[in-house]
Design a binder for this molecule. Sequence first.
Ligand code: ZN
Length: 141
Amino acid sequence: MKQIDSTNLGSRFELTQDECRNLLDIASKALKYTYPEPNNGYAVAVLTKHGNVYEGISYKSDTYTLTMHSEATALANAAIHGEKEVVAITGPNCHICKQLIYESSLNSGIDITVVIEEGGTVKQVPISELMPYPWPETKDR
Ligand SMILES: [Zn+2]
């Protein structure tokens, strides 16, 4: 990964194709950990500024309201390991999780790159482009 520019949200990083494929592969393999049933839910992977990768899996609750999305558990997994500077996450992501990713960007000053595979092509989209009318606009409201 290398820093390529800055956006209004912060620093932006571009991953190599290998880093993207690795992240997508790790997310795919993490599907076996979905809760409570394996391979029945969602999984993502995040890449931190230190170069470490953390998986997240969906954790379903019978109440549904308490279900944790894989993006939330991945960001928490990184935070548990002392890493709050997330550079990239696999997608696509639901709109609730886009908000969570965006807020992580606000806190870290890194415009998180969302890595998406579409039709065999890997795309890297900054979260700022996926949030055209963000709330809050800045950390200091
Ligand atoms: Zn979600």
